[in-house]
Ligand binder design. Structure first.
Ligand code: BES
Ligand code: ZN
Length: 478
């Protein structure tokens, strides 16, 4: 095969020429509200899987939709299928396995969106819409790359195995089992893995990512009276579930972010000197945090500690309370049953099982100390494992060259605070290196209102993913 660079000029020209077509493809994807956590929208998640299948089939890929059976916590609902696709079966080429997710976070215009969330709206060279950056843009990126090669008449440099799931935002229910079941079948000849499902750290410098935090997610339910009560009639006469719950939740974390679960921090691997130095050269400023959050509510004043809080230490967040009165106005109700939700982002060397034990013991202890006659139940909803790799592998070297080619700079090597539960599973099942190669920017607002993807990140992203495939096809294995 000829050198990677010889393909780039006509390939990149083709990608530029297909810009509007690629934007239309992303518009179609964003217009399908494939929200995995909303059971009423499950048909839309399934529709999204079929959309991917038809786009890929039209380009000549072999596509299967793998059913995963019923959803464990909602047995009347089927999990959305995993889209497994393969493009190319040339044994003389390397085989690259790519992963992405086609489900999205919920979004309602009344949450504060400036535009309809499930419509891709262009403004100032950005495309707004739920899933634009997380993760429909990058998933379309792989499909666009195949199409651009075909239209430019350039041979695709690798065999591409694609695995796209529809439950990532809900903890990747069912995918782990499939990955291990297929390790010697569908994923057998993968030489390396690439996941495009994270973001640059800031807004100008590309990154490659070699670490993610895990996520252990819990619910704590307190219930007492058989039905909601009038606070004027029963207040002061009965134990209120909401009061108990607020006490429990406030015993989990302090306002300055300190986790109050005894023994939890003992599970964290100490920071080595060598590791500490890696933070000194990362391009990040406190202003990046202010811009991304739209506020100056930082817990730490220096950049290094701030980044470490995101990548290197566990954090505990409180997410919401089901069953609590939350409508506008002043309703004098005592809710009969409330469920608080919280999660812990985990880091090396925290083992999910040890974390669960400490959390359960602490919550039980907090509740016992209240001396309440209500009933309390703590549950683990899902746990995703953290992942930490080494960025010196040839898989990363290929991505560094691709980034330099397209963006003209060497990428920063970063870890991330978010979680992609199956990353470690892919690494363990295939025994191959996993690389995280992001398309979007740090201010894209994934999971937030007004999520966007810059048009330049989308189009240059297709070039970056394509260039990566060309380099990884020929990169020397070390
Ligand atoms: N794309 C994110 C993962 C991510 C977030 C990577 C931030 C880097 C930075 C992914 O879609 C996601 O949000 N995952 C969930 C997983 C959870 C449900 C286990 C997350 O991190 O909350
Ligand atoms: Zn994502």
């Amino acid at each position: 095969m000829s050198s990677p660079e010889s393909a780039f000029s006509s390939l990149f020209k083709e990608i530029d020429g297909l810009k509007e077509h690629f934007i239309t493809r992303l518009s179609k994807a964003v217009s399908i509200p494939s929200v995995s956590s909303d059971l009423t929208l499950r048909p839309k998640v399934v529709e999204m899987a079929h959309f991917l299948k038809s786009e890929l089939t039209a380009l000549g890929a072999a596509v299967e939709l793998r059913e995963l059976g019923p959803q464990p916590d909602a047995p009347d609902t089927q999990l959305p299928p995993i889209v497994l696709a393969r493009y190319g079966v040339d044994t003389s080429k390397r085989t690259i396995l790519v992963y992405g997710h086609y489900d999205v976070q919920p979004a309602l215009i009344e949450d504060g969106w400036a535009t309809e969330p499930f419509e891709l709206v262009q403004k100032d060279d950005k495309m707004y819409g739920r899933g634009s950056t997380d993760d429909k843009g990058p998933v379309m990126g792989w499909i666009n790359s195949i199409e651009a090669h075909q239209k430019a008449g350039i041979e695709f440099p690798v065999n591409l195995i694609m695995c796209f799931e529809g439950m990532e935002e809900y903890g990747s229910e069912g995918l782990d089992d499939l990955i291990f079941a297929e390790k010697d079948k569908f994923f057998k000849d993968a030489d390396a893995v690439c996941i495009s499902d994270n973001y640059w750290l800031g807004t100008t410098k590309p990154v490659l990512t070699y670490g993610l935090r895990g996520c252990s997610y819990y619910s704590v339910t307190v219930e007492g009276p058989a039905a909601d009560l009038h606070s004027g009639v029963f207040g002061g006469m009965v134990s209120e579930p909401m009061i108990d719950l607020v006490h429990i939740l406030s015993g989990l974390v302090s306002p300055d972010g300190k986790i109050l679960v005894p023994g939890l921090m003992d599970l964290v691997a100490p920071v080595t000197e060598e590791e500490s130095k890696t933070y000194d050269t990362i391009e990040y400023e406190m202003n990046d945090l202010y811009a991304a959050t739209g506020a100056k509510t930082n817990l730490h004043d220096d950049v290094k500690r701030t980044l470490m809080a995101r990548w290197r230490y566990p954090t505990l967040s409180l997410h919401g309370v089901e069953g609590a009165f939350s409508a506008p106005g002043a309703k004098t109700v005592i809710p009969a049953k409330v469920t608080g939700k919280f999660s812990i982002r985990t880091v090396p060397d925290m083992q999910p099982h040890d974390v669960d034990e400490l959390v359960f013991a602490h919550v039980n202890d907090l509740f016992t100390k209240l001396g309440s006659k209500n009933k309390m139940e703590i549950k683990l909803l899902h746990d995703g494992k953290w992942w930490l790799s080494s960025p010196s592998h040839w898989n990363f070297e290929a991505a560094k060259k691709a980034t330099k080619t397209v963006w003209g700079v060497d990428p920063d090597l970063t870890r991330e605070g978010g979680s992609i539960p199956v990353t470690l599973s892919f690494e363990q099942a295939t025994g191959k290196n996993v690389l995280l190669l992001p398309v979007g920017r740090g201010d894209d607002g994934a999971h937030s209102i007004n999520e966007k993807l810059d048009i330049s990140n989308y189009i240059e992203g297709v070039k970056t993913l394509s260039a990566y495939l060309h380099y990884v096809a020929v990169e020397k294995m070390e």
